[in-house]
Write a protein that binds this ligand. Structure first.
Ligand SMILES: N[C@@H](CCC(=O)N[C@@H](CS)C(=O)NCC(=O)O)C(=O)O
Length: 204
C-alpha cells in the first residue's frame, strides 16, 4: 500500500493509523504543484487532487479520510482502532468521524486560503469554538480518548486537524481537556513516528 500525503495535512491521520496498526508504511509526498516526489502526476493518481489517497494492494486508489481510516482499522481488527462493522459502537464512531470531517476539518480548510477574508475566518473560528465545546464536554468524564479507553481512528483524525489551531491562530486555551488530549496523543510512539516521518518532529 502506498499513502499519498502532504506533510501535516489531514493525510497524517492515515499515516498515524498505518503505524498504530503495524502495517508497512510506504509514503509518497505530493507537492502543491500536484507532482509527487517521484515525479507522478497526482491528478492521474486521483482526479480529486487531494490527500489522503491510498493505493491499496490491488492497485486501486481509495480516498476520503473517514473511509480510508476505517479501511486501515478493518485490515487489522486486533489493533482495536474501530469496533466491528455493524455494531452500535461502530455506528457511533462513524458518526464522530463524519462530525470531525464536516464540522471541524472542513471548518479549518478555508482558513488556509489567503484569499479568505478575515470576517469569514472569524466566522470559521466561532463555529470551531462551538464544535470544540462539544469535544471538551465529551472528554469531561475523564476518558483518555474520544471513544473511551482505546485510541481509535477518530483520535488520529481529531489530533491531526487540531494541530492546525496554532498556525491558524485559533485559540484552544478555553478547552483545557482538548489541550491535554492533544498532548496525550502526541506522546504515542506511533504518532511520534508519523510526525517524524513527515519531518514535523525533530529527532532527539
Ligand atoms: N473530502 C476529503 C478532503 C481532503 C482534504 O481536504 N485534503 C486536503 C489536505 S487536508 C488537500 O489535499 N488539499 C489540497 C487541495 O485540495 O488541493 C476528505 O475528507 O478526505
Amino acid at each position: 500500500m502506498k499513502l499519498y500525503y502532504m506533510p501535516g495535512a489531514c493525510s497524517l491521520a492515515t499515516h498515524i493509523l498505518l503505524r498504530e496498526a503495524g502495517l508497512p508504511v510506504e509514503l509518497e509526498r505530493v507537492g502543491r504543484d500536484k507532482k509527487t516526489e517521484h515525479g507522478e502526476n497526482f491528478l492521474e493518481v486521483t482526479p480529486k487532487g487531494y490527500v489522503p489517497a491510498l493505493r491499496m494492494e490491488d492497485g486501486e486508489i481509495l480516498t476520503e479520510n473517514a473511509v480510508v481510516q476505517n479501511y486501515i482499522a478493518d485490515l487489522k481488527p486486533a489493533s482495536n482502532l474501530a469496533p466491528p462493522y455493524g455494531t452500535k459502537a461502530r455506528l457511533r464512531q462513524d458518526e464522530l468521524a463524519i462530525f470531525i470531517s464536516t464540522e471541524i476539518h472542513k471548518t479549518y480548510s478555508p482558513m488556509f486560503n489567503p484569499a479568505t477574508p478575515d470576517e469569514a475566518k472569524q466566522i470559521s473560528k466561532d463555529k470551531l469554538a462551538t464544535r470544540y465545546a462539544m469535544i471538551e464536554e465529551m472528554l469531561s468524564d475523564g476518558r483518555p480518548y474520544l471513544t473511551g479507553e482505546n485510541f481509535a481512528t477518530v483520535d488520529a483524525y481529531l489530533f491531526t486537524v487540531t494541530r492546525w489551531a496554532g498556525p491558524l491562530n485559533f485559540d484552544l486555551l478555553k478547552f483545557p481537556r482538548v489541550l491535554a488530549y492533544q498532548a496525550r496523543v502526541a506522546e504515542r510512539p506511533a504518532v511520534k513516528a508519523a510526525l517524524e516521518g513527515e519531518g514535523l518532529l525533530k529527532a532527539n
